[in-house]
Design a protein around this ligand. Structure first.
Ligand code: DAH
Length: 337
């Protein structure tokens, strides 16, 4: 028995586990309940009393050596984060439970809070919408391309996934007596091929202000306030004449590029300006369609894409990142407590 202990001692001494698998087979072979050392301890019970002392000492030495070898590997391995074979113990309690906020939700909340300071409240509407609220009440002519199957996901002849949050304006105006000062964030759908620059669903925030004597200047000042709160106080805005069926006059609004500060970069295509929203005075016919007298009331409306604002605020250059649930992307938006 003495010889066998000696030869095991030699084996143990020579063994240098360099990965998790080898260390585990070492542990099983020598240190487990059915391992070599346990076997020898079993056999030890039958050893003659006069040999017990000597053999007992040897056996203890062997066991200590084997344990040391294994522990030495383990502590080296635990500290070596670069070891590609490091395994994760899934039974350990999680280090922390807090996840991260989705960037689109962070920006959505920023938008709500900025307009909240100007007295705008939040309203909601359905994502499955009828033709009247999504198109007809907003003056879209019968043959408008947005009504085409190629742009819109139709569920039925009269029912579609809303293509913009402007449908919620209609619902609000139909049911609320002015003054109305509301923003309407939500998800919208378009029949587009998915790429870095387009997606079949995205998010918008609609804004609507209807009261007696609301002017284009009110709109301009509101949007300037928003832009500076969102992108910094040095931000400038410019309005370019545009066309939407539901506003007259209509405009698209650019801000001085938040990435390069206006000096020219890829994002602003070296123009110094980036478009962030569409806006205009609510067309008198739209007010009428919704039961509001255009001789008494006027209003402005605007609509912006949350993905676009987020892209400019955080430098996200691919729309697909927002919906892929990649934690490497999402973890960057973890709150700093
Ligand atoms: N609904 C428009 C779109 O999806 C955005 C928009 C433009 C909304 C002008 C408005 C507006 O309220 O006045 O492109």
């Amino acid at each position: 028995m003495k010889d066998r202990i000696d030869s095991l001692l030699e084996e143990v001494e020579q063994f240098t586990p360099d990965n998790q698998e080898k260390a585990e087979s070492f542990r099983l072979k020598y240190l487990s309940r059915k391992g070599r050392i346990a076997e020898l301890f079993d056999e030890f019970k039958t050893v003659a009393p006069e040999l017990k002392r000597e053999i007992g000492q040897k056996l203890n030495e062997l066991q200590t050596k084997a344990k040391e070898k294994f522990e030495a590997f383990r502590s080296r391995h635990d500290h070596d984060a670069s070891d590609s074979e490091q395994t994760v113990d899934l039974s350990l309690p999680a280090e922390s439970f807090e996840g991260s906020r989705h960037p689109l939700m962070l920006v959505r909340e920023d938008i709500i809070s900025i307009f909240g300071r100007l007295g705008f409240t939040v309203a909601d509407g359905p994502e499955i919408e009828n033709d009247w609220h999504n198109f007809s009440a907003l003056n879209f002519p019968e043959e408008h391309p947005a009504r085409d199957m190629q742009d819109t996901f139709f569920i039925d002849k009269d029912i579609a996934l809303r293509t913009h949050t402007s449908s919620v304006q209609v619902r609000i105006m139909e049911t609320t007596k002015p003054p109305i000062r509301m923003i309407m964030p939500g998800r919208v759908y378009r029949n587009e091929a998915i790429s870095a620059r387009a997606h079949c669903f995205f998010h918008q925030v609609e804004g609507l202000y209807v009261d007696k004597g609301v002017s284009f200047a009110d709109m301009k000042q509101t949007l300037l306030y928003f832009s500076r709160e969102m992108f910094g106080e040095k931000t400038e805005i410019r309005l370019r004449p545009s066309y939407f069926p539901f506003t007259e006059p209509s405009a698209e609004m650019d801000i001085s590029c938040s990435i390069c500060g206006g000096s020219g970069c890829n994002v602003c295509k070296h123009s110094g300006w980036v478009e962030i929203l569409g806006c205009g005075m609510v067309d008198p016919q739209v007010l009428k369609n919704c039961g509001i007298d255009p001789d008494e009331y006027s209003g402005f409306a605007f609509g912006m894409g949350i993905e676009r604002i987020t892209m400019l605020k955080y430098g996200v250059n691919d729309l697909r990142l927002y919906s892929e649930n990649d934690v490497r992307f999402l973890n960057q938006f973890k709150p700093v407590w």
